[in-house]
Design a protein around this ligand. Sequence first.
Ligand code: 5RP
Ligand code: CA
Length: 224
Amino acid sequence: MIEKAIEALKNGEFVLIYDFADREGETDFAIRSDLITPAHIREMRKDAGGLICTSIHAKAAEKMGLPFASDALKMTNVAEKEGDIPYDKSNHSSFSLWVNHRDTFTGVTDIDRALTANKLSEHVKHAMNGGALDFSSEFRTPGHMATLRANEQLLDKRRGQTELSIALAEIGGINPCITICEMLDDNTGRALTKADAMKYAEKKGLVFIGGAEIVEYWENNKVY
Ligand code: 5RP
Ligand code: CA
């Protein structure tokens, strides 16, 4: 399945990534950010329904000046601290800043969010190649796209959809800037179950892959 997942990601299709039964137990849509269109954003909000976020490789996030939100918010008394996240043993969530590209209007529309994702991908590509673009001249915060900062050691240290999606990109030689969104259940008020996410994948002809398979491949073929 990993080859199919890489192929689909390369082709700009959605890949459905389930993490682990003993973690969130959630499935996220994942798609490369450079090929996102407004129609993809629409599909994410209507069929997945969770929060649309863009995962970014740690090296690029560092160069772009995207800190963990919990670090940026330390001066407040509400910043999350170790142990706050019940489903993850790492110190904090992967949330970084919420951004809009400066050419957006409100930032929330399908067109605006697709533009922000596309432009984030351009910056990640430059940053990964050692180049520098002026992030602040093109983006503003707060905005409507949540950015996620992957752990520097990816799946060796943290196994969220942030790291699973970036590891999959790294394995496939794809720019490590992937937009993701959790699948929620309209009827139960909960996350969509793994079984229902698999049914959806089958119906739509999408690749469904579990975190365990990505981790197993990662452990034998690490790419940093
Ligand atoms: C942002 C989240 C999601 O769970 C997303 O899947 C990324 O988080 P993680 O890397 O912890 O799985 O919290 O909506
Ligand atoms: Ca998740």
